[in-house]
Ligand binder design. Structure first.
Ligand code: ADP
Ligand code: MG
Length: 398
């Protein structure tokens, strides 16, 4: 990675200082408690590394979509409570006030080693990347660390603007890990390199297909996306989710992709999602006109798994079917298990995309992947080849 990280800063630069750390604590809440603390735990290596070096840590995050003013249901207070549990030797100070002067005061108390400030989206100017807000935020620390990969595709005051007024501005360890894994897959993958794409819509992933097609050895397509390709091949797709305005594009990709494109050869279909008991596997040229494809079929799942098992790098984005409803989770499970097995055989396996990551977590296979990205939208934009503003704003390596 060509950006500086906290490891590039010398002890003289950091000891006794305040690190303003933008994290992604945008976690689901239930009954005033954190329902899933994955993102909080993902930030712990950076927080601990800074504390170990005698740095005081001032944390900034957004949560949900409040509109520039305080909304109690989006308060980070439950997150502070959870973080406090995850850092047993520290007392996490939560600053409820959104008044910048009060926040600055809290950061100057030497007793406060870990401070979490209230939701950045309670502040007018966060999402418009207001310069005055960015300058105000810059006073909360002596240097800036961005560890919020999941927010790096947005140029907000706490992710981009602040880095213009607070230096050094460097990446945290999670940010570094995300950029290293995703960057290596795009720039320097070990071959065979297999990309597996699925999910609901081809339209949301067309730029990813374009970016990956010249780089991969195999591009495996599942999910509803496959149905648009079926349509392009002149097959009956019944009631399946097809994007009719993308059929021509799918035709063009089929012609260009040649043997690299791997499409399902069979489909698991049903009259509707409410009738999973009627699910059956059919060849792809026998999808009944009154039914829809909700998953890749068992033959396809086995073939996908075989291709994955021969790979040295696997990048997976998008479930193979409606994995939320059994039995349409079978294709997604087969792919997840194939990735897990490939990791065990020294392949680098990377999962991007919110729903794919959730599927992997449901299956308890997170630890069996080389890397599960914490940023859905950000990982997609990165894979499309876009510059992430929150990354671009950080200091280049010297
Ligand atoms: P990710 O978040 O991993 O990038 P997407 O958001 O692109 O994935 O797609 C996930 C959604 O795609 C899931 O909600 C899943 O139910 C849906 N999906 C997958 N296959 C199909 C299908 N054959 N028909 C309808 N929806 C599908
Ligand atoms: Mg999604």
């Amino acid at each position: 990675m060509n950006k500086q990280t906290i490891n590039d800063l010398s002890d003289a630069q950091v000891r006794g200082k305040r690190a303003l750390v933008r994290v992604d604590f945008n976690v689901p809440l239930e009954h005033g408690r954190v329902a899933d603390d994955t993102r909080i735990r993902a930030a712990l290596p950076t927080i601990r590394a800074l504390l170990d070096r005698g740095v005081r840590v001032i944390l900034l995050s957004h949560l949900g979509r409040p509109k520039g003013k305080p909304e109690p249901k989006y308060s980070l207070e439950p997150v502070a409570a959870r973080l406090d549990e995850l850092l047993p030797n520290e007392h996490v100070v939560f600053v409820e006030s959104t008044d910048t002067d009060e926040a600055i005061k809290a950061t100057h108390d030497p007793a406060n080693r870990v401070v979490l400030l209230e939701n950045t989206r309670f502040l007018g100017g966060e999402e418009t990347n207001d310069e005055r807000l960015a300058r105000g935020l810059a006073e909360l620390g002596d240097f800036y660390v961005n560890d919020a990969f999941g927010s790096a595709h947005r140029a907000h005051a706490s992710t981009e603007g602040v880095a213009r007024y607070l230096q050094p501005a460097v990446a945290g360890l999670l940010m570094q890990k995300e950029l290293d894994y995703l960057g290596r897959a795009l720039e320097n993958p070990h071959h065979p390199f297999v990309a597996v794409l699925g999910g609901a819509k081809i339209s949301g992933k067309i730029d990813v297909i374009e970016q990956l097609l010249p780089k991969v050895d195999h591009l495996v397509i599942g999910g509803a996306m496959a149905c648009t390709f079926f349509k392009a091949m002149g097959l009956e797709t019944g009631k399946s989710l097809v994007e009719s305005d993308r059929v021509d594009m799918a035709k063009e990709l089929l012609a260009r992709g040649g043997d690299k494109l791997v499409l399902p050869t069979d489909a698991t279909v049903a009259p509707s999602l409410d009738a999973p008991q009627s699910a059956q596997a059919v060849p792809r040229d026998a999808i009944p006109a009154d039914q829809a494809m909700f998953d890749v079929g068992p033959k396809s799942a086995a073939e996908f798994a075989r291709i994955i098992s021969g790979a040295k790098t696997v990048l997976w984005n998008g479930p193979m079917g409606v994995f939320e409803t059994k039995p349409f989770d079978a294709g997604t499970r087969a792919v997840a298990e194939a990735l897990a097995a490939a990791t065990g055989k020294d392949a680098t396996t990377i999962v991007g995309g919110g729903d794919s990551a959730a599927a992997v977590a449901d299956l308890g296979l997170e630890d069996k992947m080389s890397h599960v990205s914490t940023g859905g939208g950000a990982s997609l934009e990165f894979l499309e080849g876009k510059v992430l503003p929150g990354v671009a704003a950080l200091d280049d390596k010297r």
